[in-house]
Ligand binder design. Structure first.
Ligand SMILES: [Fe+2]
Length: 389
């Protein structure tokens, strides 16, 4: 036998013996490794068990691999369900394929599942109560549900309406395996309702404030509402965000609130105003700002009101701001204000025809009024048939 490297350093005599032992030790270390992994996995599993138990949020751990294949086949056949029956069948099949590994107590509470023994009945009940919602969300259901978050309104098994925030996250440690997912489900029904309540309250307060101003100035009754409406549609035409549109509408309803500080005999004066009276009237954007600045509107209402008499060339008041330094909402309000005022009757003059008002803003386009705003306003009246009432 050759004295090679192994035999030289090993007390063992044959190479054969050495190999056997080497294999054995490799097997053994693999067994030990597997046991450790299993032990680790069990530890992790127990930790998750605990988290699932104590979590105040709904958690569902699922294996989506079967669903994925099912959806793939279905997408190949193109989703087309002519009858309710077929839809029901589809969702039943779908829910069966959703392999739930575990879910916590909170999920039962959220979906108001009382009888836990009859999974089949619960499944069918849920599908029937939510058929329309499931249909609408089919697109999202068929997406690989990694890291998405959606707000969805569903009906529980007791047919109560609930708003849920659902987030799908890969099971920790299984990021490579996107079929193993945890759905985190939060019931935000109460939160949503209280936000809606606050919004309703805010709207009522704004409308009441608007009415108070107009009570003192009966000639301009309804002026703010009409200005708000036109401003809203101009903003929409210009593609303003929903948030900005809400702020714009609110500012429209309140833009003349500062006139509360102007004596009624000046407000209702039939003739021309003298310079002192006019100076008093010119204070109304600032007074309005002072009144509104401490109300925590979700939008910059006070600032928009402050700037609604600013003009593009800097000739406006109170600050003489120019162009882009004026809030876009204020530039829109300026145009709506003029168009509405000109097309309404005043104690000292009859209403101008709409054409005259539109000509006025056209002629002063880019000088007093924002070009894009004027274009959108004219388009609304001429092409989209906008009317104040
Ligand atoms: Fe004004």
């Amino acid at each position: 036998m050759d004295r090679n490297f192994y035999t030289f350093y090993s007390p063992l005599q044959s190479e054969e013996e050495f190999r056997i032992l080497k294999d054995l030790s490799e097997d053994l270390s693999y067994v030990i490794y597997s046991l450790r992994v299993r032990e680790e996995k069990e530890k992790i599993n127990k930790a998750y068990e605990k988290i699932f138990k104590i979590s105040p949020i709904g958690l569902i751990e699922v294996d989506l691999s079967e669903i994925k294949n099912f959806m793939k086949e279905l997408l190949n056949e193109k989703l087309d369900f002519p009858s309710e029956e077929e839809f029901l069948q589809f969702f039943e099949e779908f829910m069966k394929k959703l392999r739930i590994i575990r879910m916590n107590e909170e999920v039962y509470k959220i979906f108001e599942i009382e009888d836990r023994t009859d999974a089949e009945k619960n499944r069918v009940g849920f599908i029937k109560n939510n058929l329309e919602i499931l249909k609408e969300n089919l697109f999202y259901i068929s997406l690989p549900p990694l890291l998405y978050e959606r707000e969805i309104t569903i009906y529980t098994l007791k047919k109560n309406k609930k708003t849920l925030k659902i987030r799908a996250v890969p099971f920790p440690g299984c990021e490579e395996e996107p079929s193993h997912v945890i759905f985190v489900i939060m019931d935000i029904t109460e939160e949503k309702e209280s936000i809606q309540k606050i919004n309703r309250l805010l709207n009522q307060v704004v409308e009441t404030l608007a009415e108070i101003v107009e009570k003192r100035d009966p000639y301009t009754a309804g002026h703010q509402k009409r200005v708000a409406k036109l401003a809203f549609f101009i903003g929409k035409e210009m593609g303003l965000s929903e948030e900005k549109l809400k702020g714009l509408y609110m500012a429209g309803l309140l833009h003349d609130i500062g006139k509360i500080a102007v004596p009624t005999d000046i407000l209702n004066k039939p003739g021309k105003l003298d310079p002192i009276e006019f100076e008093l009237i010119k204070k109304h954007p600032e007074v309005g700002y002072e009144i509104l600045k401490n109300i925590e509107f979700p939008y910059p209402v006070a600032e928009i009101v402050l700037e609604h008499h600013e003009r593009i060339n800097g000739s406006g008041y109170p600050k003489g701001l120019k162009d882009g330094d004026i809030l876009i909402e204020a530039r829109i309000l300026a145009v709506s204000d003029v168009v509405e005022a000109m097309s309404s009757h005043r104690p000292y003059r009859p209403a101008f025809p709409l054409e005259t008002a539109l000509r006025e803003i056209s002629e002063k386009k880019g000088i007093l009024y924002d070009e894009e705003v004027v274009d959108a306003c004219i388009k609304l009246f001429k092409e989209k048939n906008f009317r104040f009432e």
